[in-house]
Design a protein around this ligand. Structure first.
Ligand code: HEM
Length: 144
């Protein structure tokens, strides 16, 4: 019962984190069009800061903490399973991408437009591709 409750909370945290990882670059794509100092610029700054601070950061921490709790339930040997190694490789990419987006938010808020609208549209699906690898690894548990 406890394991399944943790697993359910883990999946809910994943949904919130993924929603932010897919939405924030969309905001960046439109934000790059807004003139620095304009009303639109200020609006995007507020939206991005709230999305990251209120949803994405807490959700990422919840995914990692609940994931660690599930590993504790499964036993440390699960960390050597091929499906978990593949899954954690995907998780490392998601944590890297989260940090990259957080740094990009600061640069945009400082009025620096270093990445194009096209860049944010092109890279927008990367977290989803990682999620495909992660979710299929944990549901198939291949190689166990
Ligand atoms: C450090 C990060 C993470 C750790 C340590 C972790 C660990 C785990 C563990 C041990 C389970 C239970 C597996 C079982 O015995 O049935 C689990 C379930 C699950 N995890 Fe994670 N996880 C992490 C991050 C993620 C992420 C980022 C996603 C999705 C993008 C994800 C998606 C899932 C799903 C969908 C399940 C349920 C699978 C099922 O019930 O069949 N996890 N996770």
């Amino acid at each position: 019962m406890m394991f399944n409750l943790l697993r359910g909370l883990h999946i809910l945290a994943v949904i919130a984190w993924m929603a932010g990882l897919l939405y924030l670059p969309r905001l960046f794509a439109y934000h790059t069009r807004a003139a620095v100092g304009s009303e639109m610029d200020e609006t995007f700054k507020t939206m991005e800061a709230k999305l990251l601070g209120i949803i994405m950061n807490p959700a990422m921490i919840a995914v990692l903490v609940l994931g660690a709790a599930l590993v504790w339930f499964d036993g440390p040997q699960v960390l050597k399973a091929p499906w978990m190694v593949t899954k954690l490789a995907g998780v490392i990419f998601l944590v890297f991408w989260h940090s990259y987006l957080a740094a990009a938010r600061k640069r945009l808020a400082a009025g620096r437009r270093e990445r194009t609208e096209r860049f944010w549209r092109m890279t927008n699906e990367l977290p989803f591709l990682a999620a495909v690898v992660i979710v299929l690894s944990v549901t198939t548990k291949f190689g166990r």
